[in-house]
Unconditional design. Sequence first.
Length: 393
Amino acid sequence: MTKIVERLHALRALTADYVRTAPIGPPSAPNLHRELGLTRTFAWKVSRFLASTRHVDIVEFLLTPEGAAILAQQGERATGDVQSARQYVESYTQKHAALLALGSLDTLAALLRSAEGVETELIPRPLLRDAFRANRAIWGVEATTLVRTAIITAEPDRPDRLRYVIVYMLHGLRLLRPCSDCLISRERPTRVDMKPIDVTAVPVIPQANASLPASYIAELCSPAGIVVARRMSDDRAVTDAVIGLGVGVNEPCTLVKAETYPNAQTRVRNRDHTLAAHSLEVRFPVEQIVIEQYCDPALGLGEPTAQVKALLDGRPWYEATRAETLAVPCDREHVTSGVQLAPPSRCPVYERALDLVFTSANIDRARLTHTRATYVHPPVPTVATMIRALAER
């Protein structure tokens, strides 16, 4: 963010210095029109570019290199200084390119709005659909549905601690171009402040399968023989990647894993833990993502809220600052205790997977509240997070 602001101000300072070489007085729109012969519209844009105080407005009225060339041409006519005009255009063009190296003007404006706390729907839905189609062609991979379900209950032997059971379901993964490995998930247990939690995931239904990590439910994964490689990084992040998936296979690739995070955090809030949350990171084009929670109402947790953010600099979601994310539209529905939502559309393994997990984990699904957030054509990369406040005591 600092680089964006610095480069914006460098462009504006350069232009202000050049305009001051012309004998026009204050760079108001009337003066620029009358003394330099700029059109009224362009004179107004230049004056706004020089006078705006909000960074978002500076981006909106930013001169293109072509606009700077027009300003220099008119300034040369007024002053007769060819050298200054040429130097201005060359320097402006270089600095403008350096700014765009940080992202498109739309992206930069969105980042600046986010940093200023502007709450607005910044990405129209039709644009998201078009972006999904473009990303599918660029990345050479697509998926139909990605679901992450968190089942939050108290630890059976430690009722003062929370246990998370996480179910990950990916359906319709398809390669459009050859790829040696395709990253499908990255997990790192963290607090809401992104500090890592020292907890190790345990498979809900341990599997002995040479081609899949132990947490994957082999009977729900297809096609037969699909290979998933798991790696752990120094920061305790666990990444899973599909290896050797054929291009355009007829049978859609489906993957399901279920893991328990025992003693994940305290049940009531303290200095280190104030919220119960889980996140779903999306690193490839997918038609819809679903993030949901089943929660024991006896825990006394607060009402759930869903946040869906686009990650704008490519770093892992747990390293991104607020200024490096962008809020995107999210459809959310909440069902009260004892009533369950219908399975998400286009995820045929959903009910079978959850039946297996609830049975294996010995959890009564009917007594839990159910919250779901669904998002269609999310940007890439995206992180969806569902949050509840911990009980006071």
